[in-house]
Design a binder for this molecule. Sequence first.
Ligand code: UD1
Ligand code: CA
Length: 453
Amino acid sequence: MAFSVVILAAGKGTRMKSSKPKVLHKIGGIPMVQRIINTVDALDADAIHLIYGHGGEQLQAELTGDNLNWCLQQEQLGTGHAVQQAVPFIQDNEDVLVLVGDAPLIQKDTLARLKAVKAECDVALLTVNLDDPTGMGRIIREGENITAIVEHKDATEAQKAITEINTGMMMMQGADLKRWLGSLSNNNAQGEYYLTDVIEMAASEGKQIRAAHPEEVSEVEGINNRLQLANLERALQFRQAKALMTDGVYLADPHRFDLRGEVTHGTDVEIDINVVIEGKVALGSNVTIGPNCILKDCTIADGSVIEANSIIEQASVGESCTVGPFGRLRPGAKMLAKAKVGNFVEMKKAVLGEGAKANHLTYLGDAEVGAGANIGAGTITCNYDGVNKSKTEIGENAFIGSNSALVAPVSVGKGATVGAGSIVTSNVEDNALAVARSKQRNIANWPRPTKKN
Ligand code: UD1
Ligand code: CA
């Protein structure tokens, strides 16, 4: 059956104490409401009506989704009033799933179960039992059938003792929802139009109202302040870590691992502590990542080892390479198979050919290094003259002596050698030796200066 989704996200989020709308705060590297949009996209919703109030321009600039329909709620008069903003777009014969924009960890499987319950009755509610239900709407039951939701502030002492609570997520038919929303009043403790009042209306029409439950409580926990955000971030990270481990990835400590995006992997991948993975990262098989590495939008092919404290961003590492410790690959860096980058080596828009090495203290920017070349310690490609960037080309099997500066545009031919400490400003032919430094003079028996009084 066709179904649409209403996401309630018009609340201000005052307790975040932020200039940014609450639902744009990131969890797992993604704005919290975007995570919800992505989850319902995966369920093939026909339309997603996003109820927003504050920071509309910021929201529209940052959020994306197929079938996203923006519904402005000018004034926040309650959750029922919020859903009313989507009424013009809701079809009678479709199912409508209502979600809250600040509970980002809701999972696809849980929503699928809620849908399955709805298929067997008239209204499906996602509920959960909490040890401390303070502040939440309580579920009133007559046996299996639910008859009402009572808000904490409107509840009697006996009702407050109920631990089964409304998560705010529910599903019902469009025609029913529209009819019930039409008769909401704000005659309650908070003077708000409560969405939850539709449950009592449904029950009085003799509708069947049933509950589904999430797999874990974190799925329905809302975020109102930064502490709750941080706690749910850890819950999400542990969930992701468990999924990777189930999938065969070795994590030295699932509590010290952060995935802020997506990662794909082969078999026998090992990840040490405090590794941060951001954006889209692809790891091959037998890849080892040392502690404290940051991998962002990059590819690391089979058998490569990334040693401790390396940072790789928008770069690709070929098969059987090694990077680091303390290696830095910036955007456009490309290492071909068996290449090596050692400590304090930085690459940007540069290719390091098959088996080529830059083992220590080097900058390779706008450079192309041929297969088997050896880049000595302290080599710098001087790619920037203050205005323009120029390219350095180093041929196969070239040997660049330590502490050389290659002033681009310049090329060093295949098999050529550059003497240590050279400043190379003109091209070096294949197999030639370039020595570009002042000649050494030795002064015999040179008297050192003495201290004057
Ligand atoms: C609501 C439920 C309560 C449930 C709880 C779960 C009602 C009346 N109560 O209470 O039963 O246990 O959620 O967290 O529905 N929002 C709008 N516009 C508004 C008001 C709210 O978009 O005018 C949005 C908020 O941004 C938020 C969501 O709706 O994402 C829930 O609002 P909130 O004020 O947190 O509702 P609660 O009082 O917590
Ligand atoms: Ca709430």
